[in-house]
Design a protein around this ligand. Structure first.
Ligand SMILES: [Zn+2]
Ligand SMILES: [Zn+2]
Length: 130
């Protein structure tokens, strides 16, 4: 299974080789700030993400343990990567083909940081940390 993905303006485009991990929705403060809400991502081993165009890709060091990839032209939140990890998280909404439910949200993480302005009532497991 090969899925294409991109940022909103397509200055960053990529191909992901499946299978994709089910999506985790992260409600931590960093995800909230960088995305404007909570951030939902799937994940693959690094080797299965192939960049087609990365003109707009910039990495932001969001903590001592991780960096986030975003598009400098349109601001899309694209990637999250822990230092030294052999996997990369990819914003689920950046994929072009969302017709498969294989990436459906499997859990909500860092619920302890969640804002009070919304509720999570989809019945999917929730945790205060990972
Ligand atoms: Zn862009
Ligand atoms: Zn987060």
């Amino acid at each position: 299974m090969t899925i294409r993905g991109s940022c909103e303006c397509r200055a960053v485009t990529f191909i992901v080789e499946g299978p994709l991990r089910p999506t985790w929705a992260c409600h931590c403060t960093q995800c909230r700030k960088t995305s404007g809400h909570y951030w939902a991502s799937t994940e693959v081993p690094n080797a299965r993400l192939k960049m087609i165009k990365d003109d707009g890709l910039k990495w932001y060091r969001s903590s001592e343990q991780a960096r986030r990839g975003f598009c400098v032209a349109c601001g899309s939140s694209l990637f999250w990567q822990g230092d030294g990890e052999d996997t990369i998280s990819i914003g689920a909404g950046t994929l072009d083909d969302l017709s498969s439910d294989a990436t459906k949200i499997e859990k909500h993480i860092f619920m302890a940081d969640k804002g009070a302005y919304y509720d999570v009532t989809d019945g999917v497991p929730q945790s205060d940390g990972w």
